[in-house]
Design a protein around this ligand. Sequence first.
Ligand code: GLC
Ligand code: GLC
Length: 812
Amino acid sequence: MKYGYFDDINREYVITNPRTPWPWINYLGTNDFFSLISNTAGGYAFYRDAKFRRIMRYRYNGVPMDAGGRYFYIKDGDTIWNPGWKPCKTELDAYECRHGMNYTQIKGDKNGISATTLFFVPLGINAEVTKLTLTNNGNQPKSIKLFSFIEWCLWNASTDMENFQRNFSTGEVEIHGSTLYHKTEYRERRDHYAFYHVNAPIQGFDTDREAFLGIYNGFDTPQVVEAGKPSNSVAHGWSPIASHYLEITLQPGETRHLVFVMGYVENAQEEKWESKGVVNKTKALEIINALDTTEKVDEKFAELKRYWDNLLNKFTLSGTDERLARMANIWNQYQCMVTFCFSRSASFFESGIGRGMGFRDSNQDLVGFVHQIPERARARIIDIASTQFPDGGCYHQYQPLTKRGNNDIGGGFNDDPLWLIFGTVAYIKETGDTSILSEQVPFDNQPGSEVSLMEHLKVSFDHVIYNLGPHGLPLIGRADWNDCLNLNCFSNDPNESFQTTENKTEGSKAESLMIAGQFVVCGTQYAELCDYLGDHDEADRARSCVKEMEEAIKKYGWDGDWYLRAYDYYGRPVGSHTNEESKIFIESQGWCTMAGVGKDEGMVQKSLESVKKYLDTPNGIVLNYPAYSKYIIDYGEISSYPEGYKENGGIFAHNNPWVIIGETVAGNGDRAWEYFSKICPAYTEEHSELHKVEPYVYCQMIAGKESAKPGEAKNSWLTGTAAWNWYAITQFILGIKPGYTGLEISPCIPKEWPGFTVNRHFRGADFEIKVENPHHVSTGVKSITLNGEKLTGNVIPTQPAGSKSTVIVEME
Ligand code: GLC
Ligand code: GLC
């Protein structure tokens, strides 16, 4: 069953039934001011940091769920309704939600009135705008009463929902004409406030939640709306809100536009006040003036559209199935932008208060984003590298507001350092900008500790080789990519987090085959980079370390039919046929096949066959099999999940592309495609009622074959799945790989494809790349012509900026 459809021309997903199986959300904002918005206008806004600068209050895990948002109540006679259906849930005559590129438009019709709400964050402005369009479609004049509504968060989203003994006394507002100011805590250390404005005179307002709703009412029955009369309440403490009241009469056929602006302002300490106790509103007025007419708002909206046209024109695919094209050209790239902005901090599965930016997560996100805005990727790499320690270890997370490493979680995840190589190499290959390597970057943000970024890459590489275990394989530390395989925790206290509990690495023999495979991939990348820079000695050193790692994997990491997953604290194998449960894991199969370890000995092919046999399902590839059926203290959190969920036998969509890429290394284009299409959201749209989450973005996890509900998905949006699938489809299936000197072409496609065309913007030049597959093969390039000239080899050399080239690729 479907709840809507893709509108590819407008780059929108159109939801036609508000009762989606879960709120289907979208993200507004590209730089500093961000919002999450559901298909019924639920969600919240924040400035930069979802924990420390939360603007709208949101209740997680509420009943009913997704309560709170930017609501408009229309009182038309005795009928009260919302254009987004919720919170009143009055049956609408028509409903439609269009989630587009950083905007959402929700339209509701009721009793002859149609109300369209267009939400977006204009470029360069710290505000969320709503353009509300009201039309009277009937043949009688209509007089309606309109109430806007948002609830303020008292800035720190965490203490906002905990520290009531204080919070209930701090709320402060100011009311000036049609602008309602939220200046809670501005009197003391805060240098920022928020406001909610409408570009028309109002006939009343409310700023106190209890006055607006009534103490026993929910958002669906606000007492002032029911009474049809605002109470002009002024909040002192408790829960400040902002609600405008407008009386509107529409003649038959008349349309009226209103612009609502929810803005955020920071003032320097010495400029905080206009007069004693009165907020300096200069900057708020600037925002308001920039958006005070429908024309100005329309122009800002057109600008946002142009911004996305420009971003998405850098890579377009045609000539394949339309579902693939819509993912590659629109939604996958869009999701990569969102994960780049948010890492794993704020979604409807991540509360925005738990996690900052992940070290490994953000490096992976870069790979899906770097072609869009390379300058932002560059700045991000420097921020990430600045949280590294001198020995190459890293803070696992950092806070976006302060850019400081997060002490609560600390470090010790031994895969982390390698991701810095992975992210940086992707940046340089896309841009050719090796100057980033000479940037002086501190360790742990300590001034005076700066070394070049290249040195950071070196300590990243060395961190692995200085931390090898008894088999010459990398020690796992607190965990590797799989945060839940905790081989050094031994936790038996339900009150402690596996992520932060004491990590008993002293004397541990726990080694990771995932890091081993990753080291072969990223270590080789490091060696190639050194060669490219002319440092052949360092390249040779790196290559010999990689060679030794490959030998160690082949000798101690092979279980007979697949790669082992790890050795535990005591040196016993994990992910082996000798184990009672979880005999095989995906991560080491993915990384070691990607790295091609033991390819000549048949290991790659055998490992991939074992994945097919034991891990593949109709909904994707599960992480491990059989799932753990009981808690095992030696393995930690992985065995805490019921079978088939999350890291215990779930389809962790993030690592499916590792196998997909592994299949391309083995030349199996059909298999790679089969796996790709199983988890690609546009291909699961038809069973949205089972899948549950948005059909336009990847999710982190789909319940596995041993779960109660195989195929049911969770944790949509913020997942490395977006970047990894982008990487897999563009660079390994379509096979267009940015390299140091040009674009390497090596497709690995399903045999039935007759070919495809990609328009690729690369280092300032445009390429139209037509791949023809007349003999229906998966791999093998017979010839490439660049502007009619035959090339030797399969690398299209970099072309002058501004040039346009046509490339014809003929497969064998
Ligand atoms: C989550 C984390 C990621 C981790 C993965 C597997 O997605 O964000 O860092 O690698 O889970 O545990
Ligand atoms: C839990 C999740 C995992 C996540 C980790 C860190 O263990 O299962 O996916 O990476 O928490 O937040």
